[in-house]
Design a protein around this ligand. Structure first.
Ligand code: C2E
Ligand code: CA
Ligand code: CA
Ligand code: CA
Length: 276
């Protein structure tokens, strides 16, 4: 677009110009981070409480900046999501996670689960299902080992289209989870029309167990509802033995959280696997 000169900026407050400029700079920096191999995946174990074994992992992105160090996703994913940069990042994340997952399967961990977070933009990507199919083929990860995590708010945007999208993904043989369950516009009547396999109980409900009776009731209710609907349930953000015990007692056997491990780089994750 043709710039009409500096005079144009008088419509904006100086503040807005600076902010827009900062955003543009950050967006460009994220774009370059991918090319410069500054983006890395960390992995957090999913643990089965019946035997404390690592049964899977969730891939979580980090930007390791040469000067600024580790930049967490909340600082750059929202910016990346305002442009198509998120599509390139999302595809990279998916491929990388599948490569690592395949390595782990080849080490003898059958049925190891690989969880990958999706962004709203990827749902709208024309050829997303094809991209997943291609990555599964290229990496050799069995489709049943891939689990894509979607949030409720992403799904409510265009429900009919998204239900079809989920069915198309399921046809590949992969599984789907609803992430941060309970925090979105949970309409229970829609839940039954979503072809998902798993509900992930949001950390906000888990973190105040056992101090908050209401959170305990909500957590127990989500677990029991998931089971009644024939869905798996995973609890995130488990930090204490008391929380793990409560969840196990209510029938939620699969958990993630600092009690077992924070997200760690691949090499470190491999050592966690060997430890049980
Ligand atoms: P999420 O998918 O809900 O991921 C769980 C977050 O909780 C992660 O934060 C994880 O490090 C943190 N966590 C796990 N266990 C505990 C615990 O016991 N205590 C506490 N306090 N925190 C715990 P992280 O890695 O900073 O990721 C934040 C969010 O960024 C993710 O939330 C997800 O929405 C997004 N994200 C991360 N990686 C990707 C990605 O590759 N693609 C997309 N689209 N989004 C991503
Ligand atoms: Ca997630
Ligand atoms: Ca989550
Ligand atoms: Ca969360």
């Amino acid at each position: 677009a043709k710039m009409a000169g500096a005079g144009n900026f008088q419509f904006f407050s100086g503040d807005m110009t600076t902010r827009a400029f900062e955003r543009m700079k950050l967006e460009m920096a994220v774009r370059m981070a991918l090319d410069k191999n500054e983006l890395h995946l960390y992995y957090q174990p999913k643990v089965d409480l019946s035997d404390d074994r690592v049964v899977g992992m969730e891939a979580l992105i980090r930007w390791i900046h040469p000067e600024m160090g580790i930049i967490p996703p909340f600082k750059f994913i929202p910016i990346a999501e305002t442009s198509d940069v998120i599509l390139a990042i999302g595809e990279w994340v998916l491929r990388q996670a599948c490569i690592t997952g395949k390595k782990i399967l080849d080490m003898g961990y059958a049925d190891f689960g690989v969880g990958v977070n999706l962004s709203a933009k990827q749902l709208k990507q024309e050829n997303f299902v094809e991209i997943v199919r291609t990555i599964l083929n290229e990496t050799g990860l069995p489709p049943r080992c891939l689990d894509l995590e979607l949030t409720e708010s992403m799904l409510f945007d265009n429900i009919d289209r998204n239900i079809k999208f989920m069915h198309d993904l399921k046809k590949l043989g992969i599984t789907l989870s609803i992430d941060d369950f309970g925090t979105g516009y949970s309409s229970l009547s829609y839940l039954k029309s979503f072809p998902v396999n798993t509900l992930k109980i949001d950390r906000s409900f888990v973190m105040d167990i056992p101090d908050d009776r209401d959170d305990m009731a909500i957590t127990a209710t989500i677990i029991s509802m998931a089971h009644s609907l024939g869905l798996n349930v995973v609890a995130e953000g488990v930090e204490t033995r008391i929380q793990a015990h409560f969840l196990k007692n209510k029938g939620c056997l699969c958990v993630q959280g600092y009690l077992f491990s924070p997200p760690v780089p691949e090499e470190k994750f491999m050592t966690l696997l060997g430890r049980h």
